[in-house]
Write a protein that binds this ligand. Sequence first.
Ligand code: NAP
Length: 311
Amino acid sequence: MYLVTGASGTMGKAVLTEVAKSGAPHRAMFRSATEAAKAPAGTSTVIADFSKKDTLPAALEGITGVYLVCSPIPQLIELEWNMIDACAAAAVGHIVLNSAMGAREWRKSFPSWHRRVEDKLKSTKISFTILRPNSFHQNVLTYFASSIRTQGVFHSSMGNAGVSFLDVRDIAVVAAKSLPGGEHSGKTYELNGPEALTYSELAAKIAKHSGRDVQYVDIPAEKQRQAMLASGMPEWQADALLDLQAYYVSGKGGKIDGLLEQLLGRPPITMDEFLADFAGEFLAGPEAPASVPAEAKPQTKTKPQTEAASA
Ligand SMILES: NC(=O)c1ccc[n+]([C@@H]2O[C@H](COP(=O)([O-])OP(=O)(O)OC[C@H]3O[C@@H](n4cnc5c(N)ncnc54)[C@H](OP(=O)(O)O)[C@@H]3O)[C@@H](O)[C@H]2O)c1
């Protein structure tokens, strides 16, 4: 039986959808009963919290494989370490760890936190698959759709750096395929999308699909930092974002390779396909669609911009 953690989040929800579709016996882990009530029919649920170690053994009872993900917060290291320890104690056979692009070499910010979890996992005897995805397509909705809807613009200090965005639905397919271990055991997959887009190219694509004028406005990093702080973002997060952004600005996020297609066994979802599905999200008022597929719906909960915002 598989356990999908973070099942209320952007990535975990997509993984849960895939695992449920596969028909494999599984359980989804939530922190709140309200979120657990939204699980697909046929999914058993458990309420547990990585910070409450005594809640983890029950979540792991009878579990052979775990998809492990946590919010991009500095506590992620300790929280995921707790879960790895609990998995070792419960004799879990395989963990699919949701890490991030840059964990191999970027010694700052979010990638460095993920790297510490990767190292912990590798220090155990548990078989593993590590996923290091590039920036999600879904970030465009979560972080840019609001200012596009109201002003037709989005801002960052990415310059002309290209980003090989990929879709959480594709990452979820790879995660679900990796849960049994097998040929995926011991592998670290650095996952990139099928094309590298600058933010100006992204703006042109959003304009094409939504039928409205959309501009990307490049601003100095310090101005971006001030705007983040003014929006109420904590200092640690603004600094972590800009440290990650430096990685992308150096061109490291624009890699294109065939790995994702090979793992999926089909071409990955493109930005054009993604934007065609969600074009209405960039329109204000009644033109916006009444609903979008649940597995890719942008998060409605209020959260400050995360690393996704800068990449
Ligand atoms: N966005 C990107 O482009 C990108 C790219 C590469 C890698 N990543 C990585 O992908 C990961 C997932 O991102 P996401 O956007 O899916 O995050 P998310 O939407 O914030 O989801 C995080 C999940 O972790 C759960 N969680 C948080 N604290 C927990 C705790 N103490 N115990 C148990 N569960 C807890 C959350 O539950 P609640 O709903 O209860 O809070 C939520 O279900 C992050 O680690 C991020 O660094 C993101």
